[in-house]
Write a protein that binds this ligand. Structure first.
Ligand code: HEM
Length: 419
């Protein structure tokens, strides 16, 4: 299959070298350590990926690609690639949710679901979801941060994402505190770890299936009763209005929980770190009109979902290589996106990469506009008052599925403990 596309803007590639990136105190060094803490092999895989342009075969892993055009060709070709075969996430989910997910995740039902849920997260609805879910908590965080108090952005991100889950799923949590939202976030994390953490062998043991089902029920069980009456301001109500069944709505809600929690929280704290480590926060304060670029660049450089896996369904020629049915291919989104250069808030949109951090094709992230709205709110919290901040301390998350800061404490410069 040809991988032909008009390359309008040639990209000057950045060199990636794990042994060099791991040193120093700059943005690349911190990102390197963060990736290493999450999964020690990740920086090496990312580096090997620089030779996977267009494709490279790696023993035991299968094919890898870090070429944006090849990546999109793979993700846009459901005739030859699937995520449902044994070894893929669909197989894991089927054991937890039931065989019907085969249709909903990649079959005809998926197309139907995506068509009907297209309007779920638009720029407008996403900004509204952020205002509803986060308004009060953000106002409080911003007031104390601007008054000079230290703020753990990683912790706050997990709280906010937990709050977003409650809002989207219309969960009833009376007298909720930060602790309530932290624990909802952790529940999502736990489910993701069971459902996505074992892709080398996708046959789940009975106790893991039971645990995952119990979590899914805890998070989505209320939907049976609330479906008919849920407000259209919630995802449940919107799903109903868009013609989705209760089962589809519960399946989609589970997917939202897993796909949109750790990724979003990871991006939020890493954006804060990047703005400080690169000094780009100063340019952003001078040029707030670059906020959109600051968010897009943060998504590109962090690429919180660093790899996307697929199985080959049928033999095909791609990038001059022959891929055989049953083989695996891993799209290295982090590498493909990072080769395009360092974090610059005024970098123009890169046509080759488009928004590869959200995947591409039929599984392109459904929550992209929501993730952007969430990040925009975080950037405004950090520099919206026109004053810079500094990172006081940081701790990388160890052995986590999605690379993320465990803690990232920031404070306004000029505050008692700031410089
Ligand atoms: C920075 C944050 C995020 C990143 C980097 C991200 C990335 C991705 C990627 C790469 C995929 C494609 C996976 C594949 O092709 O196998 C995906 C799918 C998905 N994402 Fe996101 N995501 C983010 C936030 C969100 C949010 C906030 C939501 C919603 C609450 C969300 C909901 C989904 C859903 C439902 C899918 C599955 C779509 C499908 O299979 O049709 N994501 N995401």
């Amino acid at each position: 299959m040809p991988v032909a596309e008009d390359l309008t803007a040639p990209v000057r590639e950045r060199r990636l070298a794990p042994w060099r990136d791991g040193r120093g105190t700059g943005a690349a060094a911190h990102e390197h350590r963060l990736l290493t803490a999450a999964r020690p092999a990740l920086p090496w895989l990312n580096w090997v990926g620089t030779f996977a342009k267009p494709l490279l075969r790696v023993p035991r892993l299968g094919w890898i690609t870090a070429d944006p055009l090849t990546a999109r060709a793979v993700l846009n070709d459901p005739e030859h690639f699937t995520l449902l075969s044994e070894g893929g996430v669909g197989h894991l989910w089927a054991q937890i949710l039931g065989d019907w997910v085969y249709d909903l995740f990649d079959g005809a039902g998926h197309y139907d679901l995506r068509t009907r849920s297209r309007e779920l997260f638009t720029e407008k609805t996403s900004v509204a979801f952020v205002a509803t879910a986060w308004g009060d908590r953000m106002t409080r965080a911003r007031a104390s941060f601007e008054a000079g108090e230290p703020l753990d952005v990683a912790d706050l991100s997990r709280i906010l994402v937990g709050q977003m889950v409650v809002t989207l799923l219309g969960m009833h949590v009376p007298d909720a505190t930060d602790e309530t939202y932290r624990s909802i976030f952790e529940t999502g994390e736990e489910l993701a770890a069971i459902a996505l953490g074992t892709t080398s062998d996708t046959v789940l043991p009975a106790e893991k299936i039971a645990k995952a089902r119990e979590i899914v029920e805890r998070l989505t069980g209320h939907i049976d009763a609330s479906f008919a009456t849920a407000s259209s301001a919630t995802v449940i109500g919107r799903c109903r209005d868009l013609g989705l069944s209760v089962r589809e709505t519960k399946g989609l809600s589970t997917l939202l929980m897993v796909a949109g929690t750790e990724t979003a929280a990871s991006a939020m704290a890493r954006t804060a770190a990047l703005l400080f480590d690169t000094g780009e926060q100063n340019r952003l304060i001078e040029h707030p009109e670059f906020t959109e670029g600051a968010v897009r660049e943060a998504l590109r450089v962090t690429s919180p979902a660093p790899i996307i896996g697929r199985s080959v369904l049928a033999d095909l020629e791609i990038g001059g290589r022959t891929l055989r049915a049953g083989e695996r291919i891993v799209v290295l989104t982090w590498t493909a996106n990072n080769l395009a250069g360092e974090y610059r808030i005024d970098r123009a949109y890169i046509p080759q990469n488009r928004q590869l951090w959200f995947g591409a094709g039929r599984h392109l992230c459904l929550g992209g506009p929501l993730a952007r709205a969430e990040l925009t709110a975080m950037v405004q919290l950090l520099v919206g008052d026109g004053r810079p901040f500094r990172v006081v301390s940081r701790e990388y998350g160890k052995r986590v599925l999605i690379p993320a800061y465990r803690s990232l404490v920031v404070q306004k410069v000029g505050s008692r403990y700031g410089r």
